[in-house]
Design a binder for this molecule. Sequence first.
Ligand code: KG4
Ligand code: ZN
Length: 340
Amino acid sequence: MSAPIILGIESTCDETAAAIVQGDTLRSNVVASSMAEHARYGGVIPEIASRAHQQAFVPVVSKALADARLELADVDAIAVSAGPGLAGCLAVGVSGAKALAWAAGKPIYGVNHVIGHVAVTQLQFGAIPPNTMALIVSGGHTSLLHVKDIARDVTVVGTTLDDAAGECFDKVARLLGFPYPGGPYIDRHAQRGNPEAVKVPQGLTQGRAGKEHPYDFSFSGVKTAVARWVEQRQATGQEIPVDDVCASLAHSVAQVLARKAIGGCVANGSDTLIVGGGFSANSQLRAQLLLEGQAAGVEVRLPRVALCTDNGAMVAMLGSNLVDAGVSPSSLDFSIDSSM
Ligand code: KG4
Ligand code: ZN
């Protein structure tokens, strides 16, 4: 018997996306982004994103089906991100997915977007070993997860107490005059700078109450420290060494993320670290993870960038895992959960 055909739908932030996964094959993957509409505001505007989802939903899902040469009737189950994300954005994707499921009589799964970032790596690296750790970092999330079983047992080991790492980069980038999203500009300039030039604190290296939460992160102080340093130089008419500022920021953030992620693997006896989310495109983080992973005997799974950013494949792949594991579908009245 051939593997079930899963339609995955994603609308947590500024990407309207749909994909078809069958077993470990990605049959189609369509992403429409409203990023260009947000750029001039320096951040995602929820109202604009929700309207864009509402416009893009039907064309994106239709194209995902057409690219896979399928009709809705051929699909075995629908999976949709139910959280975390912007409430108005989630509501569009979930309502659309429910309408499709109801009309076509298909089972539907409301899934966790962050766990989808972990699941999608199976398309590149194959099955996720039991007892795996995952570091998911983007403009919206920074989470360290313990993945005992992708379908049934994923726990949060650490998370950011304030800004996400990508958000911190975007805020500093704005200060330096780069367009939104500025993370990739920081990455490029950091490659030419001196990482020791500016003293940047490492976000919450000890955990919030001494050793109680050793895997939590905090990046708002990092952003403030860089901002203060830049402003002081501006006030005294000194030039800003942009490359050095970027290198110092990138070095500090990469170090704390890698140390806690690899430290979490060692503490949990895990020899695999999965990495995902848009920020995992960052070259300083990639290099630091590979370095520390090698030293600790941990295999670091760094997917290609197209799989790291938000897409429908991550949702479809997680849906496929749930179907395979025999997990019951959601009822049609399930709710979105923006802080899931
Ligand atoms: O996952 P994603 O596409 O969207 C969400 O935030 O959900 O991640 C985008 C974030 C932005 O903050 C962007 O600046 C950051 O990831 N980013 C990077 C790089 N590429 C994307 N940050 C640092 N270095 C990069 N190369
Ligand atoms: Zn994401």
